[in-house]
Design a binder for this molecule. Sequence first.
Ligand code: FUD
Length: 286
Amino acid sequence: MGCHGSVWTGSFDEAGLRTAFRGTAEAGFDLVELPVFDPQSWPVELTRRLAAEYDLATTASLGLTDDVDISSEDPATVRRGEDHLRAVLQVLHEVGASHLVGVIYGPMKKHQRPATEREVRNGQEAMRRLATYAAALGIRLGVEIVNRYESNIFNTAAQGRVYVEEVGADNLGVHLDTYHMNIEESGMFAPVLETARCLEYVHVGESHRGYLGTGTVDFGSFFRALQLVGYRGPVVFESFSSAVVDPDLTATLGIWRNLWRDGADLGAHASTFIRSSLRAVETLDL
Ligand code: FUD
């Protein structure tokens, strides 16, 4: 059970990283998810030390930008994108992280048109090569299914599953996020069943991305579905507020509202919420 670093800090320098690790551990999580958008400047050695000091597992997430878009029709851009993701994977390997997830298959932004067939195929071919590279480093990949305002490659669990099956790599799966599911899916149960065989990673987020249980997400159905399919991967809390600002992520995701100020209170609440939700379904005979 984990927590996204953006609950604690907007900048992942030495002080920010320490705050993220300490906060995540003190709130009772076992894992911290690190937004490794810029592998060149990531403090690798410090991350490894903090993971040991706080006894936390690590994963990483990111969203691609246009200049490193592996789904581009321009071969040079695809190459830059692959180089970028390979650099991220190297960082994760040195840090000891288990997963790279998020919008790793195309630019995370509001698109003005659907993706072309060529773009999707280019991205899938690049993803196949990256999955081989990641497998050699012992890292698993999850493509996050996000809503229509953040990607034009796929937006539903059914589409994400087809994408992943077409790539056909053992260490590549689907990354579901309840915030995005709440926008695009017809319910919280069927998408988990639909992706059961390739479900690699889960983000737990509320409909407004604030405190769990204070929005419209049907978490009961979601956790029952996880139990039914026997999901055993990471379950990671994600929340954003204008109180903790990473300028790029804030603009990309439209984090204009202040949904909380106190990351420690939010994190502790989420940790209790997720643990009790998991406990509630543990004994269900589904
Ligand atoms: C974006 C999202 C995130 C994002 C990740 C980047 O809407 O849900 O999971 O990909 O936070 O670190």
